[in-house]
Design a protein around this ligand. Structure first.
Ligand code: NAP
Length: 486
């Protein structure tokens, strides 16, 4: 009997989905609601033999899946897409219960994640080759694109549904089979996608989900197996580097979507109200647990006081509470360790001279995961709170004087995922956009991700892009064919 009431209770799954079967393991692990600690599920730990079965099933299924026409694969994906939308309320409920984000945000994530399935169903039909100019009269050159083969991926808890569809949809559209290992905090949002893939009729072995808490062991199996051609990871830079090294042993194709340290620059010619609204949307979505969240607000000295005053009013008005309560704008953090890490950064900053304008207090109860929306000023770019990814509901403000200084500070980090700035000067908009060493730049926009655009980072924020027309290329090999004696 589940403690989560769904419209369709068959969507509540607690076992790995391998070769079209739900498999029990030898042990279980608990999934707890971060809002109140309630145990909401006991999930079966996948065994290493089951992971091996998933790989073998994917190898076998991929061959026939790749032989379908693009239209046939697209039809399966469109059915999956429609089922996700049809059951979006249940999927959102599962997500809020295991991840904590407010129900409206969870539903928005389900819809956002589903659009990748729709987009790549359409893109399956646009995997075009090329005919190139002849180097000699008796020769012709063709270039075709083929699926890389079997794909493995590991995904995080902060976007437990869309980080899976953003990888699985292009992989399946390209003709690959996939094995997904989701975060152990949020297995239910992953397993429900498998149930819907099953209902969509996606052939057995094409889409597999393995759930377990021994991420290191499962990761090793997936990153070193010779039959896996491609590995895609979304998570922390630290873990991503380890997995990249592990993939070297079999020279896998690798895509990495890693951490960020987004600057959000507000120039004195900006529309301040729009900048403050963008700041709130960028910083406090998902309680600040987003890789593209603004991490540092760089504000031009002449508008510093005005910006801080307006931002303070909005930050103080954010409602913290259980994601099931429709009034909540900020849910709990994923777990107590995440909360403690964020608070430590705030404490370190205070000790180094920063000032907490609002928030910044730990909850009294040791078991609570609720951290208040916090604003910290008098921050310098060298403090740990500015150099590390905060990953919590804490906004930091750093003043600057000139455009050149803002760009230099913005780029002074090993990360390069998303950056944002607000300005109404068109010349400045081009100059600053081009100078920022980031994979994505929001100009007068605080939320920028969508399936039409290439999502990804430079420097230590990652390799490759997800979404957009290029998103499917991550799952395709290029074959050059030279026809002679013509
Ligand atoms: P994480 O600790 O790196 O975990 C991510 C995934 O990796 C989870 O499935 C985790 O499994 C697994 N994992 C952990 N250690 C592993 C190991 N040694 N070998 C194999 N797998 C391992 O990151 P997180 O704390 O969940 O997520 C937050 C990070 O993800 C942030 O840095 C954020 O910026 C980044 N992120 C990036 C993007 C992007 O698109 N660039 C999007 C979302 C998040 P368990 O859960 O079982 O430990």
């Amino acid at each position: 009997m589940t403690v989560i009431q769904l419209n369709d209770n068959d969507l509540f799954k607690t076992q790995s989905y391998v070769a079209g079967q739900w498999l029990a393991g030898n042990a279980t692990f608990e999934v707890n609601d971060p809002a109140n600690g309630e145990r909401i599920a006991e999930v079966s730990e996948v065994t290493s033999a089951q992971v091996a079965t998933a790989i073998a099933a994917a190898v076998s299924a991929q061959k026939s899946w790749a032989k379908l026409t693009a239209d046939q694969r697209a039809r399966y994906l469109m059915t999956w897409y429609q089922l996700i939308l049809q059951h979006q309320d249940d999927l959102a409920m599962l997500m809020t219960r295991e991840q904590g984000k407010p129900l409206a945000e969870a539903k928005a994530e389900i819809q956002y994640g589903a659009t990748f399935v729709q987009w790549f169903a359409e893109q399956a039909k646009r995997v075009y080759g090329e005919t190139l100019p002849n180097p000699a009269l008796d020769r012709r050159i063709s270039v075709i694109k083929q699926p890389v083969g079997v794909v493995a991926c590991i995904t995080p808890w902060n976007f437990p549904s869309s980080m899976i569809t953003r990888k699985a949809a292009p992989a399946l559209a390209a003709g690959c089979a996939i094995i997904v290992k989701p975060a152990s905090e949020t297995p239910l949002s992953a397993l429900v996608l498998a149930e819907l893939a099953d209902r969509a009729g996606i052939p057995k072995g094409v889409f597999n989900i393995v759930v377990g808490t021994d991420a290191k062991a499962i990761g090793e199996q997936l990153t070193t197996h010779p039959d896996i051609a491609k590995f895609s990871f979304t998570g922390s830079t630290h873990v991503g580097k380890q997995l990249l090294a592990q993939c070297a042993s079999t020279v896998k194709r690798v895509s990495l979507e890693l951490g960020g340290n987004a600057p959000f620059i507000v120039f004195d010619d900006a529309d301040l109200e729009a900048a403050v609204d963008g700041a709130i949307a960028s910083k406090f979505r998902n309680s600040g647990q987003t890789c593209v969240c603004a991490n540092r607000f760089l504000v031009q000295q002449s508008i510093l006081d005005e910006f801080v005053a307006r931002l303070t009013t909005k930050v103080q008005s954010l409602t913290l509470g259980n994601g099931l309560d429709s009034a909540s704008q900020l849910g709990p953090m994923i777990n107590r360790k995440a909360l403690d890490d964020v608070h430590q950064l705030v404490t370190n900053a205070q000790q180094a001279g920063a000032k907490v304008v609002c928030g910044g207090k730990k909850p009294e109860s040791q078991s609570s995961n609720y951290y208040p929306a916090t604003l910290v000023t008098h921050v310098s770019n060298t403090m740990s709170i500015a150099q590390e990814e905060i990953f919590g509901p804490v906004a930091t403000v750093i003043p600057f004087k000139t455009e050149a200084e803002a760009i230099a500070m913005a780029n002074d980090t090993r990360f390069g995922l998303a950056a944002y700035f607000y300005s109404r000067d068109i010349g400045r908009c081009f100059r600053v956009m081009e100078a920022l060493e980031y994979g994505m730049v929001g100009i007068n926009a605080g939320v920028i991700s969508n399936p039409h655009a290439p999502f990804g980072g430079v420097k230590e924020s990652g390799i490759g892009r997800e979404g957009a027309a290029v998103g499917i290329d991550e799952y395709l090999e290029i074959k050059y064919a030279c026809f002679g004696d013509i």
